[in-house]
Design a protein around this ligand. Structure first.
Ligand code: SAM
Length: 282
């Protein structure tokens, strides 16, 4: 009997992926975690009925959330990842040899352990990198209490439901600002605007309470259903998101980082938003 994974994110729309083999299915301390194989997308990780990442398209999301802010910053040495339990984000960030320390604050140990065991291609050894400091904790509590300061903060969270809800609040964004160095950048997983428009409007207003320059950039991840997704951008330095292609090229080319989605031209273009997304900024 063919088994299907049916996503439960939207009451009026649901994507299905065929389950060819279940590798793990159980409750963790915080969430329902399933890791299964699918003929087209490879190994797939879902949490609480929602696709989080697949081997087939994770490169889009991880490259765009790592390289856009780090290349735009130009001198990032300390990076904070909030969430990102599968390890894919840490993998991309650690490709930047000038980054001296990556702190990853993930609430769910089960996601990390099962990703290392069943999805090793995502982290690709990142958890063994001496520059990585893995902290199992609530990201909101961490940014409210830490004495550390970061040049770039990447919020690689679930949707604003369950443990991820607090990562979309004005208080969390204000605490991110508190532990950011001058001219630092925060980027956030911010949903698919055609289906989750209120997430864009909420983040626009809540980030705007703490940062001088707030915007969004886009990337299309096939298993994040509904067209391209939005990634939130916040900084006090408006120039950081206005680099021309030549500047991005001059910074990125010498790094020798191989990518499958990110390019200097994509970096510059991804900040161009369609009208219906701009209309959500109210
Ligand atoms: N790319 C995915 C997406 O766009 O939906 C996110 C992937 S990543 C697996 C999301 C991670 O955020 C999960 O491992 C989850 O446990 C973690 N997370 C959720 N709420 C959190 C919190 N309050 N603090 C830290 N990590 C959290």
């Amino acid at each position: 009997m063919t088994e299907w994974f049916t996503e439960t994110l939207h009451p009026w729309l649901a994507q299905r992926l065929r389950i060819d083999r279940v590798l793990f299915r159980d409750k963790t301390e915080h969430q329902d975690l399933i890791i299964f194989e699918n003929e087209r997308f490879g190994r797939v990780l879902t949490l609480d009925g929602v696709v989080q990442t697949t081997e087939g398209d994770e490169f889009v999301y991880h490259e765009m959330m790592a390289h856009v802010p780090i290349v735009a910053h130009g001198a990032a040495r300390r990076v904070l990842i909030v969430g990102g339990g599968d390890g894919g984000m840490a993998r991309e960030v650690l490709k930047h040899r000038a980054v001296e320390k990556v702190t990853m604050v993930e609430i769910d140990r089960g996601v990390v352990d099962m990703s290392v065991e069943h999805l090793p291609s995502l982290s690709a050894g990142a958890f063994d990198d001496p520059r990585l400091d893995l902290v199992i904790a609530d990201g909101a509590k961490f940014v409210a209490e830490t004495d550390e300061r970061f040049d770039v903060i990447i919020v690689d969270s679930t949707d604003p439901i369950g443990p991820g809800e607090v990562l979309f609040t004005a208080a969390f964004y204000a605490d991110c600002k508190r532990c950011l160095t001058a001219g630092g950048i925060v980027v956030t997983q911010n949903g698919v605007p055609s289906l989750q428009g209120s997430e864009v409007t909420n983040s626009w207003n809540r980030l705007g309470q703490s940062f001088a320059d707030v915007w969004f950039y886009v990337a299309a991840v096939p298993t994040y259903q509904g067209g391209f997704m939005t990634l939130g951008w916040a900084s006090d330095d408006p120039a950081k998101r206005r680099h021309d292609v030549a500047t991005v090229e001059a910074r990125f080319a010498p790094l020798g980082i191989a990518t499958r989605y990110y390019t200097p031209a994509i970096h510059q273009a991804c900040f161009a938003l369609p009208k219906f997304v701009i209309d959500l900024l109210k």
